[in-house]
Design a binder for this molecule. Structure first.
Ligand code: SF4
Ligand code: SF4
Length: 438
């Protein structure tokens, strides 16, 4: 079989990032074979609020928040519940409560998560881990999320402060530990992971970050007897989008640039300046070094630690294609129809990275039923527009769904019975996790 012989995609290091998850939804695969735009989405990214208590310089939705007339836009609880009901009704299987802004700042988060669960949906949470009272933490965990991913994108207190605008490094570390301890009690089946978006600032702090996580893992193991208090550390490359970045606080950005110059020299400052001021992508050199550190230092450090159970998760092919400066090895975005992104004003998007830009909205869930939006002309029109010009002229070359697009494009190009292909994939037992979260 010729199907995706890119061995990288089947590696152990993908796990929850595996593009193969989509192929385990056989009903969706059948829809895809029939009409690649008419797939019922498996996953919804639900953004209840644009409020955030950090200002990360690379934030994917930073410009929307800084330039918006309504930067604190958020849904009411009734609107969130209405969205969840509609998502369940059309057959979505998993909801990720995410940003936009920081979902734990949404006052009705626990009610919303509990409601989604009561509708038979799997739920997950992406959070920056800054704010979490005991009641909120216990409420979230009592909803039994499939996973919680806490973002901590730095290994040192000073860079955390300069990157996020908040002096909260130790606070977030404490919250990771608290989450892990409470998880052991309330929801041992939840995968708690810590995400690290690799960028020029934190490149040389990855080991320090990992050592912090190992210490937390050990402390929680000793306290709770939980064997996997932290399921994984997820290292993903940063991307620079048209609407990314928090840059309004010029003083802090200047201090960050100065820090880079003082600590690593001119080239590092220049790369950061290019990202922040000229929309440059991270350099191939930075990503090469990052991949080397992950593979040569971090993976062996965990493997050789008999007490650690954490997995090091990273999308290797994405790193490699950025390093190689590759163009997209596909001409159509086939991943978009498989997931949705709901903005706090009710706008519905497919692409996670174009979410928030009204040009890419396929409808508004507050005014039109989701089933109508999914069957509507606007959806087909936006998807066609993406594949006609946007994918080559405006999308970043290597986007979040790069590997899924490689996989779906190769599936589409294959001749033969797709069910045989799926059987073959199942036989290979490719390690995937969090199947309902694409
Ligand atoms: S990346 Fe997350 S934590 Fe940072 S500013 Fe954006 S929404 Fe907030
Ligand atoms: S190819 Fe473009 S439209 Fe498709 S997921 Fe990537 S960024 Fe979004």
């Amino acid at each position: 079989m010729e199907f995706n012989e890119t061995a990288d995609l089947t590696c152990e290091n993908y796990q929850p990032l595996s593009p193969y998850k989509c192929l385990l939804h056989l009903d969706r695969v059948a829809q895809f074979i029939n009409d690649d735009y008419q797939v019922t989405p498996v996953t919804a990214h639900l953004v209840p609020t644009l409020n955030c208590n950090q200002r990360c310089y690379f934030c994917t939705y930073g410009q929307y928040k800084e330039k918006s007339k309504n930067p604190g836009l958020q849904m009411s609880l009734a609107e969130v519940i209405g969205c969840i009901d509609q998502l369940a009704a059309v057959g979505v299987k998993g909801i990720i409560f995410t940003g936009g802004g920081e979902p734990t700042l949404f006052h009705g988060l626990v009610e919303a998560m509990a409601h989604a669960k009561s509708k038979g949906l799997d739920i997950a949470l992406n959070t920056n881990g800054y704010r979490c009272s005991e009641a909120l933490m216990d409420g979230i965990l009592s909803c039994k999320p499939t996973y919680i991913r806490i973002s901590l994108n730095n290994g040192r207190p000073l860079t955390q402060k300069l990157v996020t605008g908040r002096d909260n490094f130790h606070h977030v570390l404490e919250n990771i530990q608290r989450f892990a301890e409470r998880k052991a009690q309330l929801s041992p089946e939840t995968d708690l992971s810590v995400g690290y978006v690799v960028n020029i600032v934190n490149l040389h702090e990855m080991r320090e970050f990992l050592d912090q996580m190992v210490r937390i893992e050990r402390r929680v193991m000793e306290k709770t007897n939980d064997e996997t208090p932290i399921y994984s550390l997820q290292f993903r490359p940063v991307s620079n989008f048209e609407h990314s970045k928090h840059t309004a606080d010029l003083q802090r950005i200047d201090a960050l640039l100065q820090y880079m110059q003082d600590t690593y020299g001119d080239a590092y400052r220049e790369e950061l300046e290019g990202f922040v001021k000229r929309d440059s992508q991270p350099s191939s050199k930075t990503m090469r070094l990052a991949l080397e550190i992950i593979k040569r230092e971090l993976v062996p450090a965990i493997k050789m630690n008999p007490n650690s159970r954490m997995k090091i998760v990273f999308p290797e092919l994405k790193f490699r294609d950025i390093i190689a400066g590759s163009q997209k090895p596909y001409s159509r975005c086939l991943s978009c129809p498989w997931y949705l992104f709901i903005w706090p004003d009710g706008s519905v998007y497919h692409c996670v990275e174009w979410a928030g830009d009204p040009e890419f909205s396929i409808g508004n869930i507050f005014t039109t039923s989701l089933s109508k939006i999914l069957a509507g002309e606007k959806r087909a029109q936006i998807l066609a527009e993406i594949n006609k010009t946007v994918i080559n002229e405006r999308c970043v070359t290597i986007c979040a769904h790069h590997e899924m697009n490689i996989l779906l494009n190769s599936l589409q190009a294959l001749e033969g019975d797709p069910s045989e292909i799926i059987q073959e994939i199942k036989r290979r037992q490719i390690p995937v996790r969090h199947t309902n979260f694409l």
